[in-house]
Ligand binder design. Sequence first.
Ligand code: SAM
Length: 185
Amino acid sequence: MVQRPLDMAHEFLAQVIGPEDTTVDATMGNGHDTLFLAQLSGQVHAFDIQEKALVQTQQRLEQSGQHHVQLHLIGHEHLAQYVEEAKAVIFNLGYLPSADKNLVTLPETTLAAVEAACHILLPGGRIAIMVYWGHPGGSEEKDALLEFVQELPQEIYTVLEYRTLNQRNCPPFLIMIEKKVEKHG
Ligand SMILES: C[S@@+](CC[C@H](N)C(=O)[O-])C[C@H]1O[C@@H](n2cnc3c(N)ncnc32)[C@H](O)[C@@H]1O
């Protein structure tokens, strides 16, 4: 069976994460991605603007015995203030399914966060962005994001997209970014 975008996102990141690495979950939510990163990396920073997300994620991590995660109750647009370097970053855009569906990621802060993630990304590091865009405002965020990532300089980044082409109702899709390893000599 064809791999779903979220599974592809995890595999894309897992390929480069080692046990010493620092990783970032830019949209903590219920903590599924935070736990995924915690199981692979040495240090995880996770961000969300909702207290509920921190509570859910904390519970999930405790149940799994993962203690090397720092949860930040602040927008991901500020991530560079907390993380100097990262090997992998994941975004899951949109709203938290179990909470207020009006509390969504927004174009301006999402772009600022993706830009910050690009800056802190180590050479060979990767960013996975799951784009959910069926909700009000989602289409505008998607368009702004696609415009932004398409302009990333190809000398430094490789940018890919993974999506179904024949599915109805705004199917979620994946944007993958890799920072190239500098060539010497
Ligand atoms: C689709 S959910 C994330 C799902 C999550 N990855 C999981 O595994 O359950 C999107 C999350 O982004 C959060 N969010 C919205 N704006 C944000 C911002 N500026 N910074 C960080 N998180 C934000 C929402 O509160 C919501 O929890």
